[in-house]
Design a binder for this molecule. Structure first.
Ligand code: AMP
Length: 466
């Protein structure tokens, strides 16, 4: 194999399943040979293959690979490929998995690794596609050193996550961050799914943050299951999982805390005095490490969401906070990692939270606007379940969860949105459990959490409850 100075060996994947397939592939090779800075060294034979993945009914493909010596950088080679695809009659950007007269992929380019918005090299799927590996094997290409992308990358250090996200950002990728404490369930999954839809790259953090647990709380007993969690992240298409040890997040000299004022007082803040300081500190640190464009939080923890919105606004983190609707069990219980602590009788009783919220919601929709009456309705409903002991029932403004005055809710306040938040303690099982739930009144049960605006801000209008 003759390589001249300045040249790199690169491999292209070629495919066609529309029109005169063989002619399209041969013409592409001729065009490549005529391209300045590209020399065709070898090519495989064409193999007949079926479409991989979903797509409309369509003909089979002819596929193969070409080995080039090129002076072109990977992006320049990609640009040539796109040009040839267009010349062959392909409309770009192309619909996924639709028939195409010509499809050219940069499979590898020397030993370079690229993970950018427009290009992943080696190709993200090369090792999973027989129509690529078989033609490479026919040419005897040694692919042992080619990177195999097996997302998610699991990272344990802040430096590792920062390096990865910096690389993504440099490559023009938007980044979504989903902070969690693990023991992932469908609620977490909905956050990851949304991030996947909205961002080029998604990092999930799994960290049971000691700073947000008070003395005597369930830090040691908090459910953990990293292997299962990573599998869920993989299935959801997350690119990275950040799972640091407490020591990796907080070195022995760690001495900083972030205290968010009003949003963190009352409700959970009253019940768990240092909780939100721990939450704000860890979220600020995660935002600083990963520098995401968008960060996803559940309305399930509505006060936490309010604290984080305040934190982001106050400290100017250039991130959009995305609120995500509550995901519930079929019987209405809001999903939570701690639900596994409920014994069978408490599990049955636990649906009283959502029943109470729905009863209040129905009254609100019917026109009830008296603050005290709405709160009492919830209290009465919860009182029908003797296993549950109320910690609080609160009616708050939707915008920032500030308290509402007694008496009638003003029309403009009601129009801007009000949210009822409840916490109920179930203490008869082997381990006491506090359940939280909340609902924006009058918003209906369908729909997704609200849209949001640009970086550095977030929508005040959270969405409806699912
Ligand atoms: P956690 O692991 O409990 O700290 O939760 C991580 C994130 O997932 C937080 O933003 C939670 O609000 C969110 N989350 C937890 N449970 C649910 C749920 N049932 N529906 C939607 N989001 C949730």
């Amino acid at each position: 194999m003759q390589i001249e100075p300045g040249e790199t060996i690169a491999y292209l994947g070629l495919g066609s399943n529309e029109g005169d397939r063989a002619a399209a592939l041969e013409q592409a090779l001729v065009a490549l040979e005529r391209t300045p800075g590209v020399r065709l060294l070898r090519r495989s034979t064409w193999v007949e293959t079926e479409l991989v993945g979903d797509g409309p009914a369509q003909g089979t493909f002819l596929n193969g690979v070409a080995e080039l010596a090129t002076r072109l950088a990977p992006v320049a080679l990609l640009a040539i490929c796109k040009e040839l695809e267009r010349a062959a009659g392909r409309t770009l950007p192309a619909a996924r998995n639709h028939p195409r007269p010509l499809d050219l992929d940069v499979l590898a380019h020397g030993s370079v690794t690229i993970d950018s918005r427009e290009l992943t090299v080696p190709h993200r799927e090369w090792h999973r596609r027989e129509f690529v590996t078989a033609p490479l094997a026919e040419l005897g290409v040694d692919t042992a050193t080619w990177r195999r992308w097996e997302p998610p990358q699991v990272l344990g250090t802040a430096a590792g996550l920062a390096a990865l996200t910096t690389n993504w950002r440099t490559g023009g990728c938007s980044i979504g961050l989903v902070p969690t404490m693990g023991a992932l369930h469908a609620g977490h999954r909905s956050l990851i799914d949304r991030a996947r839809r909205e961002c080029d790259r998604v990092a999930v953090t799994i960290f049971v943050n000691p700073l947000q647990f008070g003395a005597g709380e369930d830090l040691a007993a908090y459910p953990r299951g990293l292997e299962r969690d990573v599998a869920l992240c993989r299935e959801a298409g997350a690119d990275a999982v950040f799972t640091p040890s407490p020591e990796a997040m907080y070195d022995p000299g760690f001495a900083s805390r972030i205290r968010v004022g009003h949003a963190a007082s009352g409700m959970e803040g009253a019940e768990r005095p240092e909780h939100f300081e721990g939450v704000a500190t860890v979220v600020a640190k995660l935002l600083a490490i990963a520098r995401p464009d968008r960060a996803y939080f559940g309305e399930k923890d509505a006060q936490q969401l309010a604290v984080i919105r305040r934190l982001v606004r106050d400290l100017g983190f250039p991130v959009t906070v995305v609120p995500c609707a509550i995901v519930r069990e079929a019987d209405g219980l809001a999903m939570s990692s701690r639900n596994i602590y409920l014994d069978a009788a408490d599990r049955v009783a636990s649906t009283v939270l959502c029943r109470a919220l729905r009863r209040v919601d129905a009254a609100f929709v019917a026109g009830e606007r008296d603050h005290g009456t709405l709160v009492q309705l919830a209290r009465d409903e919860i009182a029908t379940e003797p296993r549950g002991v109320i910690d609080y029932v609160e009616l708050r403004s939707e915008t920032d969860l500030t308290e509402l005055p007694a008496g009638a809710i003003a029309a403009d306040v009601a129009a801007a949105g009000v949210r009822m938040l409840v916490a109920v303690r179930f203490a008869r099982g082997p381990r006491p459990v506090r359940l939280l739930d909340n609902l924006r009144l009058g918003a209906g049960c369908a729909g997704d959490a609200g849209a949001d605006v640009g970086a550095g801000s977030d929508s005040a209008a959270a969405g409806t409850d699912a």
